[in-house]
Design a protein around this ligand. Structure first.
Ligand code: LMR
Length: 402
């Protein structure tokens, strides 16, 4: 019966991470998946989260089903973090927010919702974008297109081409934008570029679908969400997917949220109902534990302050590692390639290494990057950064084999 089922070739990120786990070499370095490791190379358990968890466990609460839309305290906390506690749209009750199964779950619920209610709309992603964006939207039945984004020659942004392409899209098209720490390139729009793009989205009557998986890993929690707030203030129809995987180090708990910014509170109520329906059709209701942890931290002033501090330490360490590898490559690779490590922002750098060079790094040095050349700089630490710089110089420096 199942003879015709083809083999799954694997996922460019998750399967590679599984290969890394199986690699027996002790000097291996994981710079593939977007996971923050600390200076010791371990996955941190944040002390704010640990404290919230101890309180939750002590309560010994029963585990009934959550509402389909999720834990109310979590939904409220997520909305406040994404849009700002003082957001006018939030005060007007015109944002519909649901808890989702991670950021990917938010994208899936958003994709299904849009497919059902905007069947004629197509979606545009940045070129390149996170590999799974295309997968999720195509699986939900969308036609996926791209707009110009990354400039490989400079390691920067093709902003004019991006803006002009978006300016020519059919009305009600969906434009997927990364709020901060663009995945995979680490290249973000400046504030001025956002200011220029927002009126284009508004004038063309487009839907902004903002993915914010790395809030707090760029310039700060508020700064990283600036474009979301700008879009909300400008009344651009907007959907925001956010994730707490990275900024709470809660990857396996699958904590995400999806928010739709509507024209008024009545519209938001109807949209909330349809999102709820989409959730019921996919997985009924979301899991409870991670949501309680996030709500526990964000709902307690002391824990919230200590979480802010812990996140700042992560952000600063990434910054330090960017400088360390930049330093380590001095005189060893060409300057345009080297400059990317400090010019790009967040967990990722688009190194400019070819697929062959990435393969050599993996096979000969046990260093894992994505085939696209994306490096997760959050996997670097003081102990491995010298080794990584040396290996990159060996595969991409002047003396490297062609
Ligand atoms: C990544 O981009 O590496 C992460 O977001 C993990 C994933 O699910 O792909």
């Amino acid at each position: 019966m199942f003879e015709h089922i083809p083999a799954y070739p694997g996922d460019p990120i998750l399967s590679l991470n599984e290969d890394f786990q199986r690699d027996p070499r002790t000097n291996k370095v994981n710079l593939s998946i977007g996971i923050y490791f600390d200076e010791n190379g371990t996955l941190p358990v944040m002390s704010s989260v640990r404290e919230a968890e101890a309180a939750i466990v002590a309560q010994g609460m029963p585990r009934s089903y959550l509402p389909m839309s999720g834990l109310p305290a979590y939904r409220d906390a997520a909305q406040a973090l994404v849009f700002g506690a003082q957001s006018a749209a939030r005060a007007a009750g015109r944002i519909a927010t649901v808890q989702t199964v991670g950021g990917s779950g938010a994208l899936k619920v958003g994709a299904d919702f849009l497919k059902r209610h905007f069947p004629g709309s197509q979606i545009w992603l940045s070129d390149p974008s996170w590999e799974n964006h295309r997968v999720v939207f195509e699986a939900a039945g969308h036609t996926v297109n791209t707009y110009p984004y990354y400039d490989d020659a400079t390691g920067g942004l093709r902003f004019a081409a991006m803006r002009d392409t978006i300016d020519a899209l059919p009305e009600r098209s969906i434009v997927l934008l990364h709020a901060c720490c663009h995945n995979p390139t680490g290249v973000d729009l400046t504030k001025d570029q956002w200011r220029e793009l927002v009126p284009v989205l508004q004038r063309r009557n487009l839907i902004a679908f903002v993915d914010m998986a790395y809030q707090g890993f760029g310039d700060g929690l508020e700064e990283d969400a600036a474009c979301v707030r700008m879009l909300a203030d400008a009344d651009v129809p907007m959907i925001v997917a956010n994730s707490f995987s990275k900024n709470f180090s809660l990857y396996g708990e699958r904590c995400g949220a999806l928010s739709v910014v509507c024209k008024d509170a009545a519209q938001a109520q109807r949209v909330l109902g349809q999102l709820t329906f989409t959730i019921r059709a996919n997985y009924s209701n979301p899991p409870m534990h991670g949501a309680r942890l996030v709500a526990g931290v964000l709902g307690d002033a002391k824990l919230r302050a200590s979480w802010d501090d812990e996140l700042r330490v992560m952000r600063d360490r990434i910054h330090e590692m960017r400088h360390a590898i930049h330093e380590g490559l001095a005189g060893r690779v060409d300057e345009v390639m080297r400059a990317r490590y400090i010019a790009q922002v967040g967990m990722f750098t688009y190194t400019g290494l070819s697929a062959e060079q990435v393969e050599t790094l993996r096979v000969e040095h046990g260093i894992y990057l994505l085939r696209s050349g994306r490096m997760c700089v959050a996997g670097l630490n003081r102990s491995n950064v010298g080794y990584v710089a040396q290996a990159i110089a060996a595969v991409a420096g002047p003396g490297a084999r062609p």
